[in-house]
Design a binder for this molecule. Structure first.
Ligand code: C2E
Ligand code: MG
Ligand code: MG
Length: 785
């Protein structure tokens, strides 16, 4: 055997291969295995910078010195250099930490001017460990796990690192599938204008909702995908999804808002991101101005020029480029000089650091002024309080983003959010086009935007539709199909349970009525030429349940119908409970109408039909779908509309929205495992249901967060109920572990603190944050001050 093949030339230590062979022999030796053994993996962070600063020869001397130090302190079994600045030791497990610290001091002391960090990962060999490579890997992983943790030098491998590594592997191997199967979703966080508080865009943030690992945040999967050079897959997907979503949103009549997407440095080395973006934009046919590119400050300073080249290409191509997380690193101001940007996004840490100190206003004002002078807009991230918003107004920051204005939301939630903020573009989808008018009037035909049809072709298809709606057979078939959908046994049964009224609204006259089964109720008293209003009054009085009388009578109100018609609404629907017979429960009824002008009069056609069966079967299905499988509580999707509905209807009395969060839930998962974490959640769910389930809506929002909405409660009662919850340490037994946990609460009172869902939610959340900031297991009412 050639000796120099076993030996590292620079240090004289064993190399990787001979270490493996020798170490394997040692651990196979039963005598030696009676002792406790460890593998230690040493790494020098920033060693490249050392070489760059002091030259390669000095770098070599540094490594020789390091090798001497390690050898001196760990001389008992084996010391090796695997590569560059990576040393590996097999040693007896005594005073390991002290000895590593000793090495650390020597390495640090060798050149006090150098900014190098030495790290060590330790793996304690188990009795049944037989594979030396695997053991070295675990030591290396332990070492890698403290990378960038400035003041940690040693880490011993444990189950948590193992779990992390497993998760990392899972993420790397499943990213394709997660994209394909829709586990990765794009969430949107609103960006607002500071002065008006109005939405001016969204940031796209990735979420991985995994069937096996649950809700994963970007801080978990992004670094792993970046390291594995797979991040471009995610980012290309996000851009495409965003473009599709924008197209869909605008198609539904929402105003188009620009969306910014995040790119990592690695993206630009793997793919032509400009092309990726451009393809997504063109194939969805949306303007370039709706996509902005965010690049984080730490990605910059890239020497290769690829990044700068691509950024310039984006800007020349008509896309805005934003610098993300400005102020989080060190070289911020130089970057402003070297790279061209449209928007500067201040890191949220920056805001927290400055906004609470007396000199901050001047500093912020100056940075913002400077940015403005060179034509860059400013945006502050992480705005969580009204106070911060006020501060931003004072210093003149243009845009803001943060939990105060809205959390990252799923696409469905964005729709709700826009509805609440009145951002839906005006337009009435219920008004059907008047086909005949369109056909008769050449100028009235609007070419649909996304069509290749000529005007003639469009007219032809319009005539087709007109023919269909005028054909008796078509109407009959449609009605038959429709009756079957509503779960009638036959069309004639449908007719029996329906009624059809034609009324002259202009002169308050009934023109025609086909009451079929309703006849009995109306007592045959009404004939054509009688007053429409009188009949409606009677129908409402006698056949509509008390709670809905108001709504139904408004719906049928003659003046309202006429007014609505003149403002462009010629048809509408209502669903209400009709009492068909005092002996049976009220039944769901659907009424729809269409108003047309006939001979200068407004004529309304009403059709009412029974939808009770349909409603019941639908309710059953939704009830099954609307529960969270883990806890059996409502999930967010179903609870939010329920709460909204109740809020709309509230008139007097108080209601409360309570937000809850398990303290240190992550710790519980890490220490006891996910199944134990699930058990804790189930326990909380059961308890919440017991305390609030009777008169409230209890919802499992996600992960460790719960939301409760209760109505008509006295505050003292509310407080009592919350105290049965917060302020206690609970315990759950899971296998052999007794798991203690606490829950924090924040709550708001309707209408004292607000009326709208989002407003209340945000404030409950703020109260929760506040409670948490004072410790675990506390509850806090929202405080407006
Ligand atoms: P970022 O681009 O700086 O995004 C802002 C982060 O701050 C988001 O975290 C957001 O949820 C969070 N945030 C927003 N408002 C507040 C607030 O008021 N208070 C607090 N405490 N946090 C707030 P998130 O979604 O966990 O994303 C973390 C980072 O992961 C992002 O930082 C971004 O750099 C990266 N990232 C997210 N999605 C993608 C993606 O699709 N591609 C790439 N390459 N990176 C992504
Ligand atoms: Mg960002
Ligand atoms: Mg940021």
């Amino acid at each position: 055997m050639l000796r120099n093949e076993e030996i590292d030339q620079l240090t004289g230590l064993s190399n990787l291969y001979s270490f493996r062979a020798k170490a394997q022999k040692m651990i196979d030796d039963p005598e030696l295995r009676k002792k406790d053994l460890v593998i230690i993996y040493f790494d020098v962070e920033n060693f490249k910078a050392y070489n760059a600063k002091f030259g390669f020869e000095a770098g070599d001397r540094f490594l020789q010195n390091m090798s001497k130090s390690i050898k001196k302190i760990f001389q008992e079994l084996l010391v090796a250099r695997f590569s560059d600045d990576h040393f590996v030791v097999l040693a007896y497990a005594n005073s390991i930490e002290a000895r590593i610290n000793d090495v650390y001091r020597r390495v640090k002391g060798y050149n006090p001017d150098a900014d190098v960090q030495m790290k060590a990962g330790v793996y304690e060999l188990e009795y049944d460990d037989s594979d030396i490579s695997m053991a070295c890997d675990k030591a290396r992983m332990a070492c890698a796990s403290i990378k960038n943790s400035y003041d940690v030098i040693v880490r011993v491998y444990d189950k948590e690192i193992g779990n992390r590594i497993n998760l990392a592997n899972y993420i790397m191997h499943n990213v394709n599938e997660a994209i394909l199967k829709g586990y990765i979703k794009v969430y949107y966080q609103p960006v607002v204008r500071v002065l008006s508080g109005k939405i001016c865009g969204f940031e796209a943030l990735a979420r991985w909702i995994d069937p096996e690992h649950g809700f994963l945040m970007p801080s978990v999967f992004i670094p792993i995908l970046e390291d594995a050079h797979l991040i471009y897959k995610l980012d290309a997907f996000v851009v495409r999804q965003v473009c599709e979503d924008i197209k869909e949103f605008t198609g539904q009549g929402y105003k188009a808002f620009p969306v910014s997407v995040n790119f990592s440095r690695a993206d630009f080395h793997q793919r032509d991101m400009y092309r990726v973006v451009n393809d997504a934009v063109t194939s969805n046919d949306i303007p370039k101005s709706l996509i902005h590119i965010e690049i984080t400050e730490s990605a910059l300073g890239d020497e290769s020029g690829i990044l700068k080249g691509t950024m310039d290409k984006f800007r020349q191509g008509g896309y805005q480029v934003w610098m993300d997380d400005f102020g989080s690193g060190y070289s911020s101001f130089n970057l402003l000089k070297d790279y061209e940007f449209d928007v500067l996004k201040f890191d949220m840490k920056f805001l927290q650091d400055f906004a609470s100190k007396p000199r901050e206003t001047a500093i912020w004002e100056n940075i913002i002024n400077m940015a403005e002078e060179i034509g860059i807009q400013t945006l502050a991230e992480g705005v969580e309080t009204l106070e911060t918003w006020d501060f931003l107004k004072r210093v003149g920051c243009e845009k803001a983003q943060g939990y105060f204005f809205g959390r990252p939301m799923s696409k469905e939630e964005v729709v709700d959010y826009l509805d609440e903020y009145g951002e839906k573009a005006l337009g009435d989808s219920s008004a059907e086009p008047r086909y005949q008018d369109l056909l008769n009037d050449d100028n009235a035909i609007l070419l649909e935007e996304d069509t290749t049809e000529t005007l003639e072709e469009q007219k032809a298809s319009l005539a087709e539709e007109l023919y269909m709606s005028n054909s008796e057979m078509y109407t009959k078939l449609a009605a038959k199909g429709f009756a079957a959908l509503l779960e009638y046994n036959s069309y004639s049964q449908f007719q029996k349970y329906s009624f059809f009224i034609v009324a002259d609204l202009t002169n308050d006259k009934l023109l025609n009525l086909h009451l079929s089964k309703q006849r009995k109720i109306l007592d045959k008293r009404y004939r054509s030429e009688d007053s429409y209003e009188d009949m409606i009054d009677e129908i409402v009085r006698d056949t509509v349940i008390q709670e809905e009388k108001g709504d139904v009578s408004t719906f049928f109100n003659r003046d309202r119908l006429v007014l609505a018609y003149h403002s462009g609404i010629s048809s509408d629907d209502i669903e209400f409970h009709r009492i068909a017979n005092v002996k049976v429960a009220p039944r769901w009824t659907h009424t729809t109408y269409e108003i047309v002008e006939e001979d200068g009069k407004l004529v309304a056609y009403f059709l009412s039909f029974d939808i009770d069966e349909y409603k019941k079967s639908k309710e059953l299905v939704t009830q099954m779908a609307e529960r969270d499988t883990l806890t059996g509580l409502y999930n967010r999707h179903t609870a939010v509309p329920l709460i909204r509905n109740r809020l709309y209807r509230r008139q007097k009395g108080k209601a409360a929205m309570i937000m809850m969060d398990v303290d240190e839930f992550r710790d519980i998962n890490d220490r006891f495992g996910h199944l134990a974490g699930d058990e804790v959640l189930r326990r909380i769910a059961a308890r919440l249901d017991e305390i609030f389930g009777r008169d409230g809506i209890v919802c499992h929002i996600d992960q460790d967060e719960f939301l409760v909405f209760v109505e008509d409660v006295e505050e003292s009662d509310l407080k009592n109920r919350i105290d049965r919850f917060s302020g206690n340490v609970f315990e759950v037994r899971f296998h052999n572990d007794l798991i203690p946990f606490t829950v924090s609460c924040g709550y708001v009172i309707h209408p004292d603190h607000g009326r709208g869902y989002h407003d209340l939610y945000r404030k409950a959340d703020a109260a929760l944050c506040n409670a948490k900031s004072h410790g675990n297991g506390l509850s806090q009412k929202y405080d407006e001050g």
